[in-house]
Design a protein around this ligand. Structure first.
Ligand code: 13P
Length: 253
């Protein structure tokens, strides 16, 4: 019912030659993967054009940016606008990633402006939320997720909400090799869907794709994808190798 999304977040990895090498192998490996899923790669800005060209005309392969400014243009040194991303053929953007929140101090308010801007430029936001270990241990996981959802999606209308993809990435599972247990992931995803049902409506909640991110690997992806409220994965380290990401993208669904 919900089309799964298997997404790679390359973070600050890969030059253009590295990207070409990856894509050459990856495209061959995913040729026979069922078309019942969307496969997404989010390379660094410098490699977006390379991946966009390689994926041109391939219906189930999509390109995402890892960040975006909310304005179309202006005096914002070092920023990239939604218009510039659309220009390249980028159709999705990761927003509010935990590294943007915690390393670069992005606030819910800033992220919320970016989410609205992406939607208005026909770029689907992959809107990331997740609790720290301290927050989980204090029993605040649901409270944290709800406040990130309510602030980050505060300006999104009901009709625009169907274009949002949510990614639940517990901060303590990112890059640590520590994956959330199936129960932890299912509970978090279920609470996200319940919040969407309450604040938008149950139809939208049923449609929204909620991805899990945090130490996803070929060895654990099937178990995660078998959970009723997990609709895909956002993968960091294990998506840097074409064989490993192709195994994840081609998981049992
Ligand atoms: P890892 O898969 O390396 O834990 O990274 C997850 C992530 O941050 C994806 O956005």
């Amino acid at each position: 019912m919900r089309t799964p999304v298997m997404a790679a977040n390359w973070k600050m990895h890969k030059t253009i030659p590295d990207t070409i090498g990856f894509i050459d192998t990856f495209i061959t490996l995913v040729r026979d993967i069922p078309q019942d899923r969307e496969i997404v790669i989010a390379p660094p800005f410098t490699a977006l054009e390379t991946v966009c060209r390689a994926f041109l005309g391939r219906k189930n392969l999509h390109v995402a940016a890892q960040n975006m400014h909310y304005e179309e243009k202006g005096a914002f040194t070092g920023e990239i606008s939604p218009v510039m991303l659309s220009d390249l053929g980028v159709s999705m953007v990761i927003l509010g990633h935990s590294e943007r929140r915690h390393v670069f101090g992005e606030s819910n308010e800033l992220i919320s402006r970016k989410v609205v801007s992406a939607i208005s430029h026909d770029i689907k936001p992959i809107f990331c939320i997740g609790e720290t270990l301290e927050q989980r241990e204090a029993g605040d996981t649901v409270k944290v997720l709800e406040s990130q959802l309510s602030e980050g999606l505060s300006q999104v209308s009901e009709s625009d909400m169907e274009n949002v993809i949510v990614a639940y990435e517990p901060v303590w599972a990112i890059g640590t090799g520590k994956t959330a247990t199936p129960d932890q992931a299912q509970d978090a995803h279920d609470s996200v869907r319940a919040w969407i049902s309450e604040h938008f409506n149950s139809g939208i909640a049923e449609q929204i794709r909620i991805l899990y991110g945090g130490s996803v690997k070929p060895e654990n992806v099937n178990e995660l994808m078998a959970l009723p409220d997990v609709d895909g994965a956002l993968v960091g380290g294990a998506a840097l190798d074409p064989h490993s990401f192709a195994a994840i993208a081609g998981c049992e669904i």
